[in-house]
Design a protein around this ligand. Sequence first.
Ligand code: FAD
Length: 456
Amino acid sequence: NVSVVLFTADLRLHDHPPLRAALDGSRHVVPLFVRDRGVTDTGFAVPNRMAFLVDCLGDLDAGLRARGGRLVVRYGDVVDEVCKVAAEADADEVHMSSDVSAYAHRREQRLRTALEADGRRLHVHDTVTTAVAPGALTPSGADHFSVFTPYFRRWSQEKLRRPLDAPRSVGVPDTVGSEPLPSRRALTDVSPGLARGGETDGRTQLTAWLNRRVGAYEDRQDDLAGDTTSRLSPHLHFGTLSPVEIVHRARRVGGPGADAFVRQLAWRDFHRQVLAARPDAATADYRGRDDRWRREPEARRDIEAWREGRTGYPVVDAAMRQLRHEGWMHNRGRLLTASFLAKTLYVDWRVGADHFLSLLVDGDLANNQLNWQWVAGTGTDTRPHRVLNPVLQARRYDPDGAYVRRWVPELAGVEGPAVHEPWKLRGPERAALDYPEPLIDLREGLDRFKRARDRG
Ligand code: FAD
């Protein structure tokens, strides 16, 4: 008998419960990836994530070939393609991992109905893309946790399943045809500094991180210039690494650095359990507030300056330019640029979230939208009125100014922390810089935000 394994956001061979279940129950499996028209023809399929995806598929195919198999790639409606492949292979079962977005819920339901109509069964596996399944932990009287600290307490006590080894061999029936693997050549507008995708690179990166760098994470995770975070987020987004395996391995390393790193991974699960219970939170205010945010066309000048990294606040501009160049931004940068847009400029958080999703290689509906809501004060932050001051943030997290000088070449000649406040430079020095004046007075921004808050 034959099973189909539908790969989605779990593009790996190690610790892959759907693949293991399929191999245990069948002689042959069809490892399938559908370039789903419902995703690829929408705004969500942006060049940076498509490029990373191409790498992931190439690496997955290579891994399967090394085990005697291959990856089958199809293009079209995911439900139609899975049904066709299942029919061509005469498969009894389809295995896949669970996911949290409204789109993923609909996909699962449609797939189940269509397969059952053909007499086949769909098996959906949890803890493939999270360490703890969404919905596995609930506070009394609610279907999800809306505050991180109690969630984390419970999350930490959960006994995780043991990670699975990659299979030794995978037999794929010849009857099923595949389209050619997509290539990076067809893609334009990919960020020049984009990371490479694929399980092989992800595993190398994880091992190097745990062996050499995680120890310093607790002290240095906010050091903008030091670049001392794991940069594993794209691998977690595409599932080239398993959260269960990462948590096991990090706990084995132990110590304050590894503990702090595991806590961040719990944030990822936290946001997923929020989105699973409240899929509307991808677009609607989680707290149901009715903020009168500024948008285009009223705020066009501010929005464009923010997107281009020309706000006149160097640390904000540095982070926005890092995003454009690498398709990735440091977490501290994400916090302070988001706070600047939503609170200082009082622009709708969805405008910012969309821009992030258009560039981030790790751009992820749960993490992006719910972090934006957190920062905007519409989400799960228990202190929704805090406003990050970009100058104080810069002095604290980029004390010498090295991060700003790296990303804002117009300011590369300004030494030390003076780079954070170019408006304070003496006349001729300031005049020589091709760098904008601050877009807004911080005090004015704060007053507007307070007025809006008091109204709400
Ligand atoms: P590390 O510091 O090494 O952390 C390890 C892992 O923990 C990360 O890879 C990530 O999976 C998880 N993690 C860390 N911080 C968070 C967090 N605050 N929330 C959820 N998970 C976290 N992360 C995304 O993966 N995709 C997004 O689209 C995304 N958008 C964001 C938007 C805003 C406005 C903010 C403030 C944060 C966003 N984050 C997002 C969370 C976080 O900034 C990134 O996960 C992190 O910067 C990735 O870098 P890293 O892998 O080096 O992180």
